[in-house]
Design a protein around this ligand. Structure first.
Ligand code: SAH
Length: 330
Protein backbone atom coordinates (compact mmCIF):
# COMPACT_ATOMS: atom_id res chain seq x y z
CA UNK A 1 0.00 0.00 0.00
CA UNK A 2 1.19 3.51 -0.85
CA UNK A 3 -0.16 6.52 1.08
CA UNK A 4 0.78 10.16 1.06
CA UNK A 5 2.61 11.01 4.31
CA UNK A 6 -0.27 13.08 5.74
CA UNK A 7 -2.71 10.24 5.09
CA UNK A 8 -0.38 7.84 6.87
CA UNK A 9 0.13 10.26 9.79
CA UNK A 10 -3.62 10.85 10.18
CA UNK A 11 -4.27 7.11 10.21
CA UNK A 12 -1.39 6.42 12.62
CA UNK A 13 -2.48 9.10 15.11
CA UNK A 14 -6.18 8.18 14.94
CA UNK A 15 -5.22 4.58 15.76
CA UNK A 16 -2.85 5.75 18.46
CA UNK A 17 -5.26 8.12 20.25
CA UNK A 18 -8.10 5.60 19.90
CA UNK A 19 -6.28 2.73 21.56
CA UNK A 20 -3.45 3.95 23.74
CA UNK A 21 -3.00 6.17 26.72
CA UNK A 22 -0.87 8.80 25.00
CA UNK A 23 0.34 10.04 28.33
CA UNK A 24 2.26 6.84 28.88
CA UNK A 25 4.48 7.98 25.99
CA UNK A 26 4.89 11.69 26.60
CA UNK A 27 4.27 14.31 29.27
CA UNK A 28 2.60 17.59 28.38
CA UNK A 29 2.65 20.88 30.29
CA UNK A 30 -0.76 20.48 32.01
CA UNK A 31 0.35 17.08 33.30
CA UNK A 32 3.56 18.58 34.71
CA UNK A 33 1.90 21.12 37.02
CA UNK A 34 -1.61 22.46 37.71
CA UNK A 35 -0.17 25.97 37.59
CA UNK A 36 -0.02 25.75 33.77
CA UNK A 37 -3.79 25.35 33.35
CA UNK A 38 -4.46 27.91 36.07
CA UNK A 39 -2.35 30.52 34.33
CA UNK A 40 -4.06 29.82 30.98
CA UNK A 41 -7.44 30.13 32.72
CA UNK A 42 -6.43 33.59 33.92
CA UNK A 43 -5.28 34.45 30.38
CA UNK A 44 -8.74 33.45 29.13
CA UNK A 45 -10.37 35.59 31.84
CA UNK A 46 -8.33 38.68 30.95
CA UNK A 47 -9.01 38.10 27.25
CA UNK A 48 -12.73 37.86 28.01
CA UNK A 49 -12.62 41.24 29.76
CA UNK A 50 -10.54 42.76 26.97
CA UNK A 51 -13.17 41.81 24.39
CA UNK A 52 -16.01 43.38 26.34
CA UNK A 53 -17.09 40.51 28.62
CA UNK A 54 -19.58 38.89 26.21
CA UNK A 55 -22.28 36.66 27.75
CA UNK A 56 -22.62 33.92 26.66
CA UNK A 57 -19.12 33.07 25.45
CA UNK A 58 -17.62 29.79 24.29
CA UNK A 59 -14.48 28.66 26.11
CA UNK A 60 -13.19 25.93 23.83
CA UNK A 61 -10.13 23.72 24.07
CA UNK A 62 -8.84 21.84 21.03
CA UNK A 63 -7.21 18.47 21.67
CA UNK A 64 -7.76 18.44 25.46
CA UNK A 65 -5.97 15.15 26.20
CA UNK A 66 -6.94 14.11 29.72
CA UNK A 67 -8.92 17.31 30.36
CA UNK A 68 -6.40 18.48 32.94
CA UNK A 69 -5.76 21.91 31.41
CA UNK A 70 -9.47 22.78 31.20
CA UNK A 71 -10.15 21.49 34.69
CA UNK A 72 -7.32 23.59 36.18
CA UNK A 73 -8.33 26.61 34.08
CA UNK A 74 -11.97 26.43 35.24
CA UNK A 75 -10.93 26.23 38.88
CA UNK A 76 -8.77 29.36 38.53
CA UNK A 77 -11.50 31.20 36.59
CA UNK A 78 -14.10 30.33 39.23
CA UNK A 79 -11.91 31.87 41.93
CA UNK A 80 -10.63 34.91 40.05
CA UNK A 81 -13.56 35.90 37.84
CA UNK A 82 -16.96 34.45 38.78
CA UNK A 83 -18.70 36.61 36.13
CA UNK A 84 -16.70 34.88 33.42
CA UNK A 85 -17.37 31.50 35.01
CA UNK A 86 -21.10 32.25 34.84
CA UNK A 87 -20.99 33.44 31.22
CA UNK A 88 -18.91 30.66 29.69
CA UNK A 89 -19.90 27.45 27.98
CA UNK A 90 -17.22 24.81 27.82
CA UNK A 91 -16.54 23.11 24.50
CA UNK A 92 -13.98 20.37 23.91
CA UNK A 93 -12.84 19.51 20.39
CA UNK A 94 -11.80 15.87 20.50
CA UNK A 95 -12.04 13.08 17.96
CA UNK A 96 -11.02 10.15 20.16
CA UNK A 97 -14.02 8.55 21.96
CA UNK A 98 -11.59 7.03 24.44
CA UNK A 99 -10.14 10.41 25.40
CA UNK A 100 -13.63 11.98 25.51
CA UNK A 101 -14.49 9.52 28.27
CA UNK A 102 -11.34 10.47 30.19
CA UNK A 103 -12.11 14.19 29.72
CA UNK A 104 -15.65 13.71 31.04
CA UNK A 105 -14.15 12.59 34.34
CA UNK A 106 -12.16 15.83 34.63
CA UNK A 107 -14.65 18.36 33.21
CA UNK A 108 -18.28 17.65 34.00
CA UNK A 109 -20.02 20.54 32.22
CA UNK A 110 -18.43 20.24 28.76
CA UNK A 111 -19.96 19.76 25.34
CA UNK A 112 -17.91 17.77 22.85
CA UNK A 113 -17.34 18.61 19.19
CA UNK A 114 -15.59 16.78 16.35
CA UNK A 115 -14.21 19.98 14.90
CA UNK A 116 -14.43 23.74 15.19
CA UNK A 117 -17.04 23.97 12.43
CA UNK A 118 -19.58 22.25 14.71
CA UNK A 119 -19.08 24.76 17.57
CA UNK A 120 -21.98 27.27 17.36
CA UNK A 121 -21.05 30.78 16.20
CA UNK A 122 -20.48 33.49 18.79
CA UNK A 123 -17.67 35.03 20.83
CA UNK A 124 -14.95 32.41 21.24
CA UNK A 125 -11.99 31.98 23.54
CA UNK A 126 -9.92 29.06 22.35
CA UNK A 127 -7.02 27.29 24.05
CA UNK A 128 -4.87 24.66 22.37
CA UNK A 129 -1.77 23.07 23.88
CA UNK A 130 0.14 20.54 21.78
CA UNK A 131 -2.83 20.17 19.46
CA UNK A 132 -1.45 21.51 16.18
CA UNK A 133 1.71 19.37 16.37
CA UNK A 134 -0.46 16.23 16.13
CA UNK A 135 -2.12 17.30 12.87
CA UNK A 136 -0.89 15.52 9.72
CA UNK A 137 1.85 17.12 7.64
CA UNK A 138 3.01 16.75 4.05
CA UNK A 139 6.69 16.69 3.17
CA UNK A 140 8.20 17.87 -0.10
CA UNK A 141 11.76 17.11 -1.15
CA UNK A 142 13.76 19.37 -3.47
CA UNK A 143 14.87 17.30 -6.45
CA UNK A 144 16.74 19.09 -9.23
CA UNK A 145 14.71 22.18 -10.11
CA UNK A 146 11.40 20.73 -8.91
CA UNK A 147 9.79 19.05 -5.91
CA UNK A 148 8.98 15.46 -5.07
CA UNK A 149 6.46 14.53 -2.38
CA UNK A 150 7.02 11.90 0.29
CA UNK A 151 4.72 8.88 0.46
CA UNK A 152 4.82 5.82 2.70
CA UNK A 153 4.98 2.42 1.06
CA UNK A 154 5.00 -0.66 3.28
CA UNK A 155 6.75 1.10 6.14
CA UNK A 156 9.33 3.00 4.04
CA UNK A 157 9.48 6.47 2.48
CA UNK A 158 8.99 6.72 -1.29
CA UNK A 159 8.97 9.83 -3.49
CA UNK A 160 6.65 10.84 -6.28
CA UNK A 161 6.76 14.02 -8.36
CA UNK A 162 4.84 16.77 -6.54
CA UNK A 163 1.61 18.04 -8.04
CA UNK A 164 0.80 21.69 -8.76
CA UNK A 165 -0.01 22.25 -5.06
CA UNK A 166 3.63 21.71 -4.09
CA UNK A 167 5.77 24.51 -2.58
CA UNK A 168 6.77 27.47 -4.74
CA UNK A 169 10.03 27.12 -6.59
CA UNK A 170 13.05 27.94 -4.46
CA UNK A 171 16.81 27.91 -4.78
CA UNK A 172 17.46 25.17 -2.24
CA UNK A 173 20.02 22.36 -2.14
CA UNK A 174 18.93 19.02 -3.55
CA UNK A 175 17.29 16.89 -0.88
CA UNK A 176 16.00 19.84 1.22
CA UNK A 177 12.73 18.94 2.94
CA UNK A 178 9.89 21.44 3.13
CA UNK A 179 6.93 20.64 5.39
CA UNK A 180 3.38 21.91 5.28
CA UNK A 181 0.47 21.30 7.65
CA UNK A 182 -2.72 22.13 5.76
CA UNK A 183 -5.09 21.16 8.63
CA UNK A 184 -3.24 23.47 11.05
CA UNK A 185 -3.56 26.37 8.59
CA UNK A 186 -7.22 25.57 7.95
CA UNK A 187 -7.91 25.40 11.69
CA UNK A 188 -6.17 28.74 12.31
CA UNK A 189 -8.05 30.27 9.38
CA UNK A 190 -11.39 29.15 10.87
CA UNK A 191 -10.49 30.38 14.37
CA UNK A 192 -9.35 33.72 12.97
CA UNK A 193 -12.54 34.20 10.91
CA UNK A 194 -14.73 33.52 13.93
CA UNK A 195 -12.78 35.86 16.16
CA UNK A 196 -12.75 38.61 13.53
CA UNK A 197 -16.54 38.25 13.14
CA UNK A 198 -17.69 37.60 16.74
CA UNK A 199 -14.80 38.64 19.01
CA UNK A 200 -12.74 36.68 21.50
CA UNK A 201 -9.20 35.35 21.36
CA UNK A 202 -7.20 32.21 20.73
CA UNK A 203 -4.01 30.94 22.33
CA UNK A 204 -1.85 28.25 20.75
CA UNK A 205 1.04 26.69 22.65
CA UNK A 206 3.22 24.24 20.85
CA UNK A 207 6.76 23.54 19.85
CA UNK A 208 8.43 24.83 16.75
CA UNK A 209 10.77 27.55 15.50
CA UNK A 210 9.93 31.25 15.48
CA UNK A 211 10.63 31.54 11.74
CA UNK A 212 9.73 29.00 9.05
CA UNK A 213 12.72 26.75 8.46
CA UNK A 214 13.15 23.90 6.00
CA UNK A 215 13.89 20.45 7.40
CA UNK A 216 12.38 17.18 8.53
CA UNK A 217 10.72 17.60 11.95
CA UNK A 218 8.52 14.50 11.92
CA UNK A 219 9.07 12.59 15.14
CA UNK A 220 7.67 9.54 16.87
CA UNK A 221 7.70 8.75 20.57
CA UNK A 222 7.16 5.41 22.24
CA UNK A 223 7.43 5.35 26.04
CA UNK A 224 9.11 8.76 25.99
CA UNK A 225 11.82 7.65 23.55
CA UNK A 226 12.32 8.54 19.91
CA UNK A 227 11.08 5.81 17.57
CA UNK A 228 10.79 5.22 13.83
CA UNK A 229 8.01 7.55 12.52
CA UNK A 230 6.99 4.83 10.11
CA UNK A 231 6.41 2.27 12.88
CA UNK A 232 3.11 0.40 12.39
CA UNK A 233 0.14 2.82 12.82
CA UNK A 234 -1.07 3.02 16.39
CA UNK A 235 2.20 2.09 18.08
CA UNK A 236 3.77 5.56 18.30
CA UNK A 237 2.72 9.18 18.78
CA UNK A 238 3.59 11.21 15.67
CA UNK A 239 4.18 14.95 15.80
CA UNK A 240 5.90 17.66 13.78
CA UNK A 241 7.10 21.16 14.53
CA UNK A 242 4.47 23.86 14.24
CA UNK A 243 5.21 26.55 11.64
CA UNK A 244 4.12 29.58 13.68
CA UNK A 245 5.01 32.08 10.98
CA UNK A 246 2.71 30.29 8.51
CA UNK A 247 -0.10 30.22 11.09
CA UNK A 248 0.29 33.90 11.95
CA UNK A 249 0.09 34.66 8.23
CA UNK A 250 -3.04 32.49 7.89
CA UNK A 251 -4.68 34.34 10.80
CA UNK A 252 -3.91 37.75 9.28
CA UNK A 253 -5.12 36.65 5.85
CA UNK A 254 -8.42 35.66 7.50
CA UNK A 255 -8.87 39.17 8.88
CA UNK A 256 -7.64 38.73 12.47
CA UNK A 257 -4.60 40.05 14.33
CA UNK A 258 -1.77 37.67 15.28
CA UNK A 259 0.52 38.20 18.27
CA UNK A 260 3.84 36.43 18.76
CA UNK A 261 5.10 33.82 18.66
CA UNK A 262 6.87 34.44 21.96
CA UNK A 263 8.86 31.78 23.81
CA UNK A 264 6.63 29.86 26.24
CA UNK A 265 8.94 30.67 29.16
CA UNK A 266 8.66 34.41 28.61
CA UNK A 267 4.89 34.20 28.07
CA UNK A 268 4.28 32.16 31.24
CA UNK A 269 6.65 34.29 33.31
CA UNK A 270 4.81 37.45 32.22
CA UNK A 271 1.56 35.82 33.31
CA UNK A 272 2.99 35.12 36.77
CA UNK A 273 3.85 31.41 36.50
CA UNK A 274 6.57 31.57 39.15
CA UNK A 275 4.60 33.75 41.58
CA UNK A 276 1.62 31.38 41.39
CA UNK A 277 3.86 28.37 41.81
CA UNK A 278 5.44 30.02 44.85
CA UNK A 279 2.11 30.86 46.40
CA UNK A 280 0.82 27.33 45.84
CA UNK A 281 4.03 25.77 47.17
CA UNK A 282 3.85 27.77 50.41
CA UNK A 283 0.78 25.81 51.51
CA UNK A 284 2.13 22.36 50.60
CA UNK A 285 4.29 19.82 52.41
CA UNK A 286 7.94 20.17 51.44
CA UNK A 287 8.08 17.36 48.89
CA UNK A 288 4.98 18.50 47.00
CA UNK A 289 6.16 22.11 47.18
CA UNK A 290 9.45 21.08 45.58
CA UNK A 291 7.55 19.27 42.81
CA UNK A 292 5.48 22.39 42.05
CA UNK A 293 8.58 24.58 41.82
CA UNK A 294 10.36 21.99 39.67
CA UNK A 295 7.31 21.79 37.38
CA UNK A 296 7.25 25.56 36.90
CA UNK A 297 10.95 25.46 36.09
CA UNK A 298 10.44 22.73 33.48
CA UNK A 299 7.79 24.81 31.71
CA UNK A 300 9.65 28.10 31.91
CA UNK A 301 13.40 27.53 31.75
CA UNK A 302 14.90 28.19 28.31
CA UNK A 303 16.94 24.97 28.34
CA UNK A 304 13.84 22.93 29.21
CA UNK A 305 10.47 23.78 27.58
CA UNK A 306 10.73 27.56 27.85
CA UNK A 307 12.38 28.29 24.52
CA UNK A 308 11.47 25.46 22.12
CA UNK A 309 7.78 25.92 22.95
CA UNK A 310 6.10 29.09 21.72
CA UNK A 311 2.86 30.94 22.33
CA UNK A 312 0.84 32.52 19.52
CA UNK A 313 -2.36 34.51 20.04
CA UNK A 314 -5.11 35.56 17.64
CA UNK A 315 -7.46 38.48 18.38
CA UNK A 316 -9.74 40.87 16.57
CA UNK A 317 -7.81 43.65 14.81
CA UNK A 318 -7.74 46.72 17.04
CA UNK A 319 -8.40 44.71 20.22
CA UNK A 320 -5.95 45.26 23.10
CA UNK A 321 -2.70 43.28 22.98
CA UNK A 322 -3.41 40.00 24.78
CA UNK A 323 -1.72 39.35 28.13
CA UNK A 324 1.83 38.03 27.77
CA UNK A 325 2.32 39.37 24.23
CA UNK A 326 3.34 42.94 25.08
CA UNK A 327 6.34 43.83 22.95
CA UNK A 328 9.43 44.86 24.87
CA UNK A 329 10.46 48.48 24.47
CA UNK A 330 13.31 48.63 21.94
N1 SAH B 1 -3.63 19.24 25.00
C1 SAH B 1 -3.37 18.01 25.72
C2 SAH B 1 -3.19 16.79 24.82
C3 SAH B 1 -2.23 16.85 23.67
S1 SAH B 1 -2.27 15.35 22.73
C4 SAH B 1 -2.23 18.21 26.67
O1 SAH B 1 -1.58 19.24 26.59
O2 SAH B 1 -2.00 17.34 27.51
C5 SAH B 1 -3.24 15.79 21.33
C6 SAH B 1 -4.72 15.83 21.56
O3 SAH B 1 -5.35 16.22 20.34
C7 SAH B 1 -5.39 14.53 21.96
O4 SAH B 1 -6.43 14.83 22.84
C8 SAH B 1 -5.90 14.01 20.62
O5 SAH B 1 -6.90 13.04 20.73
C9 SAH B 1 -6.37 15.27 19.99
N2 SAH B 1 -6.46 15.28 18.54
C10 SAH B 1 -5.53 14.87 17.67
N3 SAH B 1 -5.93 15.08 16.39
C11 SAH B 1 -7.14 15.66 16.47
C12 SAH B 1 -8.09 16.15 15.49
N4 SAH B 1 -7.84 16.07 14.19
N5 SAH B 1 -9.23 16.69 15.94
C13 SAH B 1 -9.49 16.78 17.26
N6 SAH B 1 -8.64 16.35 18.22
C14 SAH B 1 -7.49 15.79 17.83
Amino acid sequence: MTERLDVFMARANAAYYATRDPFADFTTSPEITQVFGEVLGLWAAVTWQQCGAPDPVWLVEAGPGRGTLMSDALRAIGRAMPDFAAALRVGLIETSPRLRAVQAQAVSQAQWFDDLASVPDGPLILLANEFLDALPIRQFVRRGDGWAERFVTDGAFTEHPAGPDGPPSADLPDGTIQERCDPAEAFTDDVARRIAAHGGGALFLDYGPEHSTPGDSLQALVAGRPADPLSPPGTADLTAHVDFAALAAAARAAGAAAHGPVPQGLFLARLGLFQRANRLARHLPMQQAAAVMEGARRLGEPDMMGRLFKALAVTRPGAPVPAGFETDPA
